[in-house]
Ligand binder design. Structure first.
Ligand code: C2E
Ligand code: CA
Ligand code: CA
Length: 732
């Protein structure tokens, strides 16, 4: 973090520095002042002492001089006299010298008593002494006469010195107030300095409080409030760039981050809740989905196990919904489903559950009494049927629907939710089989059906994994000359121990069980191997289930098998029903385009049953259209059907597609189609689905037959070829 020049650290250092400086300065000034006072006092003392000492020395010499004078006067001989005189001279010289010193050391003002009192008396004495010594020293009278004068002079000097000494001592005393004044001044300076220091310290404390402590408290308070959940809290604007300013800014960033984090957390929670709802509800109708239905069913089963309420489940499958979706389009289909969902919800009690299991299939869990469960379930089913039967208006059209309902009771403890659902499902299929628009209760004998179905499922799984499903081949012929140009691969399951199961039964079951990809790849592989021994021009046509059209890997899987089995993609056709195409337009488009790019041809199977128009399917770039056998077979007796077949032939021709007529069972129909220039045909008339060895026989026989036949003109041979093939088959 970048700290500004006015940082708190610097400020604190400045404060502490100023405080320490003040203390040091106060102490230094105090010590200095005290020592100055002390020195001044000492100096004064020393000066007085020196002066007094000087004066005492002077007194001593004056006394010695007097003594020497007296000794001279009392001396007996000349020698003693001279000796005394020398000593007197000695002291006289000292006195003169000391007088000079006194003059130097004493201030001018204090010199008056000395000048007048001592100097004058001394001069007179010294002169008197000199006069005395110059006279007859042996005369005692003279001495005594002179001695009186000299003594008076001696006394005068002594008095003068005493007077000066006294004055000095008095002066010393007189200086005491001066020294006290010095002390007072020093104390005042000290007190002032201390007071200044205290004021300075208080000012710094105040600055510290307003500049550091208060803002820190404000930030701390804001943080506490933020921690308590108050997101609107803000630190007052500080207009500073130091650590506290940065801290305030950091707080703001922290608060913003916390708010954003909280919002993100809330958004995640909402998204989670939505995901939860989505995971448990059907996106279109908003009803509980299969997952939630299973959970509710499980709790209903548990309640029953605990001896609580009995319940029934109803599976409602809409009748005639598929055409609505296919003809009026998915948006209308969706609208209808939502309307039905609302009506079903309105028809049951709030405590019961209605769910959408998928497509046009709904389910209800309703609580019933143990005694009257059948009657109560009947009332519910009738209500539901009535709700569905009410016409639904969608845009300009009015849609009328019906439903088939299967009912199962959870009246016995220990029932399995899956088993109950399946029972209701079976009852619903029974209702559909019995003519739709009705409800059926699950019955015991249906249970056998249920079990049989379970057994079949297991057997089918094994059959697919063990490769028990084998391909059979049905000839596809050119109507013009009866030439076999290929075979449709049709799956056959020889179910050991019972009658063979038709593809109409096991193919939808395999679709439901997710076995269809394995099954398809298994028979395609076998077919490629079988076809390896057939002539190259013979094509294979493979049926692809609607569910497979949703798998983007489909082209890759087909091509991988073809390449492994060394079978040219140009020899393969795939058959897709128009219902399958319409159901998954968007995913099917790239899949079919990829296959076509590799040379695989696309046929539209069972055309005419799926409510779509060829023009609508044009964008898929199909190669062939297979007219459903129901139209072809009806051509024998129904003129209307002939017209429909005509229309299909013309339309597919105009769109650049060829046509295959399925289910040609008679010569009559074959001829009619050939007359209408239908290019290709398929049906029992040309050959039933057959195993591979029979295919080889047929191909060989056909080659022999064509070899035997005499060459005819193209026009004449067209009609006769149909008969020719028929005669070949009759030998098979
Ligand atoms: P599809 O694709 O329409 O196949 C033609 C069906 O018509 C075959 O029934 C065939 O035996 C039957 N058929 C052919 N000519 C005539 C005739 O002249 N008269 C009558 N009445 N029927 C004729 P099959 O083999 O029972 O197959 C039924 C359906 O099962 C097939 O209808 C196809 O949708 C499906 N299927 C069969 N094999 C496969 C397969 O390997 N994969 C897939 N996805 N579906 C298959
Ligand atoms: Ca087919
Ligand atoms: Ca067909």
């Amino acid at each position: 973090m970048q700290i500004s020049p006015t940082s708190i650290r610097k400020r604190l250092m400045l404060y502490i520095g100023a405080l320490v400086g003040t203390v040091v300065a106060t102490t230094a000034i105090g010590v200095f002042t005290l020592s100055a006072v002390d020195r001044a006092e000492h100096d004064m003392d020393q000066a007085s002492k020196a002066r007094i000492q000087l004066l005492r020395t002077l007194t001593d010499h004056v006394s010695e001089f007097r003594i020497a004078e007296l000794q001279r006067a009392l001396a007996d001989d000349e020698e003693a006299r001279a000796e005394a005189e020398a000593e007197a001279n000695e002291h006289s010289a000292q006195i003169d010298m000391l007088s000079g010193q006194i003059k130097d050391r004493f201030p001018e003002a204090e010199m008056a008593p000395f000048e007048q009192g001592f100097r004058d008396a001394w001069r007179a004495w010294r002169d008197g002494h000199a006069a005395w010594t110059a006279g007859d020293s042996r005369q005692r009278q003279v001495l005594s006469a002179r001695s009186g004068v000299l003594f008076a002079l001696y006394k005068a000097t002594d008095v003068a010195i005493d007077q000066m000494t006294n004055e000095i001592e008095q002066d010393s005393f007189g200086r005491a107030p001066e020294s006290a004044e010095l002390w007072r001044q020093a104390s005042a300076v000290m007190i002032l300095l201390s007071a200044g220091s205290i004021v300075l310290a208080l000012l710094m404390l105040a600055a510290l409080r307003s500049g550091v402590v208060r803002p820190l408290e404000a930030i701390t308070r804001a943080l506490s409030r933020l921690a308590e959940g108050d997101r609107n809290v803000a630190v007052p604007e500080m207009h500073r760039t130091d650590e506290i300013g940065q801290m305030a800014k950091a707080f703001d960033v922290f608060r913003t981050n916390a708010m954003e984090l909280e919002q993100a957390h809330l958004a995640t929670q909402t998204a989670q809740a939505q995901a939860e709802t989505l995971a448990r509800h059907d996106a279109l109708t908003g009803l509980p989905n299969r997952r939630m239905f299973s959970a509710r069913l499980q709790s209903a089963v548990n309640r029953l196990d605990e001896g609580l309420g009995a319940y029934c489940i109803l599976i409602i499958d809409l009748d005639r919904f598929k055409p609505v979706n296919d003809i009026q389009g998915h948006p209308v289909g969706d609208l209808v489903l939502c309307e039905v969902a609302q009506r079903l919800s309105a028809a049951i009690r709030g405590s019961d559950t209605v769910a959408r299991l998928g497509g046009d299939e709904f389910a209800v869990i309703a609580e019933v009494s143990r005694q009257n469960h059948v009657e109560e379930a009947t009332i519910i089913a009738e209500k539901l049927l009535a709700a569905v039967r009410q016409p639904i208006s969608a845009g300009d059209s009015v849609i009328e629907l019906d439903a088939s309902i299967g009912i199962a009771f959870g009246a016995v403890a220990g029932a399995e939710p899956d088993g109950l659902l399946r029972a209701a499902d079976i009852a619903m299929y029974r209702a559909k089989r019995d003519g739709r628009g009705a409800f059926r209760f699950f019955e015991k004998e249906m249970d056998e059906e249920l079990r049989a179905r379970a057994t079949l499922e297991t057997a089918l799984k094994t059959a697919v994994s063990e490769g028990e499903i084998r391909p059979h081949y049905q000839p596809l012929v050119e109507m013009r000359d009866g030439r076999i140009y290929g075979f449709e691969i049709l799956a056959r399951w020889s179910h050991s121990g019972s009658d063979s199961i038709p593809p109409d039964v096991f193919i939808p079951l395999a679709e439901q069980l997710g076995l269809i990809p394995d099954l398809t790849w298994s028979i395609l592989r076998q077919a490629c191997r079988d076809a390896a021994s057939w002539p190259d021009r013979v094509n294979l046509s493979l049926n692809i289930s609607p569910v497979q059209l949703k798998d983007p890997m489909l082209p890759l899987q087909i091509l991988a098998i073809l390449s492994e089995e060394n079978f040219s993609p140009s020899r393969l056709e795939i058959e897709i029903t128009e219902t399958a195409l319409v159901a998954c337009v968007e995913t099917a488009k790239p899949i079919l385009a990829a296959l076509r790019n590799c040379g695989v041809k696309i046929s539209l199977d069972d055309f005419g049953t799926g409510y779509s128009s060829l023009t609508h399917l044009r964008e898929f770039q199909l190669d062939k259209v297979k007219i459903d056998r129901s139209f072809v077979q009806a051509m024998r007796f129904d003129g209307e059907c002939e017209k429909i077949v005509d229309a299909i032939l013309n339309l597919s021709r105009s769109l650049g597609m060829t046509t295959v007529a399925e289910g040609i069972e008679s010569m009559d129909v074959a001829r009619k189609l050939n007359d209408r220039h239908c290019e290709f045909g398929q049906g029992y008339h040309f050959g039933k689905p057959m195993p591979t060895d029979k295919v080889l026989e047929l191909l060989n026989a056909r080659r022999a037959a064509t070899d035997d036949a005499p060459e005819t003109s193209a026009a004449g041979s067209e009609a006769s070829s149909v008969f020719r093939l028929a005669s070949v088959e009759s030998r098979l």
